[in-house]
Design a protein around this ligand. Structure first.
Ligand code: HEM
Length: 460
């Protein structure tokens, strides 16, 4: 009552001061709300990057409540149910949770209609010539690694001076999207923001939110420009050989007989932007995490270095069979290192209708429509029923124990690119003698939001 009297008196006697006061108060409340939402955003990012607390929480749940339901939240923590959630495409959907992180429009990950998802994925896949593209990607990545390492003097930031230039090259020479304003650094930062908003959504109006909007606008202009440049020279001839880039291969298919009716220039824009978002900073975060973990396991580092040296020798000799065997051996080290710091520790789904999880087992539970589901590869890959002796670093585990690239119909589309990038970067770094972290804070993996931004190592 008193405040009502105060307000009406102030309004009557000094209207200017009153409105100034109200607008200041509104600004203050808005700023406090944003600050609180930013705090929540930072906490989420922290837990996705420093995985200790999640590992502990999941280990408790795996033991006492492997299928944990609290109101509208389901967390599954054993490998079997994590795979079950990921495999049941129609019962546990992705579109709703991922859509706000992809404001440039529909992309494979936002499509929940199974048949349409399969069609679009097949069409995307049809532009990939696996064998030829793999050789080309390996050459692009190897050349950039050599160049960056040769330019470094006994010390390198593996994020900004190695991995980011590598992914910008992949975007340029394989996807067909050149660096923003010709700058590797600007492009790498745009790719950070594109991936960052998919992983954790920053609050609307915050600094990371504004930055990502501005980068999406710039990337959209850039992609549209490349599409129209390619369209003026190439449309209408269905490509049958692995030349060009993904962008030019799609532009060449515009208007060709047999192309799906939903396929147009806008599809190319949305999908190329999607590939930049899902295929840039993801490789950086994964590779930086894997290197961080091999450094954290000195015995494994020693063994992996021996493999890398032998691999290098086999490649120089032109011994293809031995090269392939050693690549597979080194890949085991990459996957095992990544297990301790998976790129995506949690995968999210929604439940469009009532469903049952772990049907026919003692763990079976009813999952109500509207439930948000967390299916964490981080937990599945530490489930001792699926991964024996999970706390030890063991580079002999079968590949099917890992869930780094998801599972089922949504398994990572870019896995063929990511595996080559991870392996080549790993090989190049392991060949450096005396590889170790710097002793200061820069020798620890740094993050901005959910994306990796720095890890400095030294070598002799
Ligand atoms: C080491 C790097 C990478 C890791 C660890 C990774 C991991 C994953 C995972 C776990 C999923 C499944 C997501 C889910 O089920 O919710 C996924 C999906 C996807 N990834 Fe990757 N990814 C990587 C690199 C890439 C690259 C390089 C590209 C493309 C150029 C890419 C494109 C995609 C796409 C398009 C999907 C969605 C597939 C679908 O919905 O059908 N990823 N990735």
């Amino acid at each position: 009552m008193d405040t009502d009297i105060f307000e009406s008196t102030m309004r009557r006697e000094s209207p200017d001061r009153y409105f100034q006061f109200v607008s200041r108060l509104e600004r203050f409340i808005k700023a406090r709300r944003l600050a609180l939402r930013m705090q929540a955003y930072r906490v989420q990012c922290h837990f996705l990057c420093q995985l200790g607390l999640l590992k502990f929480l999941f280990s408790v749940l795996r033991r006492f409540r492997p299928v944990f339901i609290f109101r509208k939240l389901l967390i599954v923590t054993q490998a079997r149910e994590v795979r079950e959630v990921l495999e049941r495409f129609d019962d546990f959907t992705l579109g709703q949770s991922i859509e706000p992180g992809m404001p440039w429009g529909n992309f494979l990950m936002t499509v929940d209609w199974r048949q349409r998802h399969a069609e679009e994925r097949k069409w995307l896949q049809s532009a990939v010539y696996l064998t030829a593209d793999a050789a080309r990607l390996r050459a692009i990545i190897d050349a950039r690694c050599q160049q960056q390492i040769a330019a470094a003097k006994y010390q390198i930031d593996i994020v900004s001076e190695l991995l980011e230039p590598v992914v910008v090259d992949i975007a340029d020479k394989y996807f067909g999207v050149p660096p923003l304003a010709g700058s590797t650094r600007d492009m790498a930062h745009a790719m950070r923001d594109l991936a960052g908003i998919i992983m954790v959504k920053p609050p609307v109006g915050s600094e990371p939110w504004s930055r990502s909007r501005s980068h999406i606008a710039k990337i959209t202009d850039l992609v549209l420009n490349e599409i129209s440049g390619a369209a003026s020279s190439a449309a209408g001839s269905y490509p049958t050989a692995p030349g060009g880039t993904l962008l030019t291969r799609f532009v060449q298919r515009l208007g060709t007989p047999g192309a799906p009716d939903w396929f147009d220039q806008d599809w190319i824009r949305r999908y190329l932007t999607g590939l930049l978002a899902t295929g840039g900073a993801t490789i950086v975060r994964a590779a930086a995490g894997a290197i961080d973990q091999i450094l954290a396991h000195p015995d494994a580092l020693h063994e992996a270095r021996k493999v890398a040296i032998e691999l290098d020798q086999a490649m120089r000799r032109g011994d293809d069979e031995r090269t392939n065997t050693l690549r597979t051996t080194l890949r085991h080290f990459v996957h095992e290192a990544l297990r301790f710091r998976p790129m995506l520790p949690l995968l999210v789904r929604d439940t469009p209708r009532d469903s049952v999880i772990a049907y026919g087992t003692k763990k079976a539970r009813l999952v109500r429509a509207g439930t948000r589901v967390l299916a964490p590869p981080l937990s599945a890959m530490f489930d001792r029923e699926a991964v024996p002796d999970p706390s030890s670093f063991d580079a002999n585990r079968p590949f099917d124990q890992y869930l780094h690239f998801g599972f089922g119909a949504r398994e990572c589309f870019g896995r063929y690119i990511a595996e080559i990038a991870l392996l080549e970067v790993f090989r190049s770094l392991l060949l450096l003698k005396g590889l170790s972290r710097t002793k200061d804070a820069k020798g620890q993996l740094q993050f901005d939001g959910p994306v990796a931004t720095g890890l400095v190592v030294t070598f002799q």
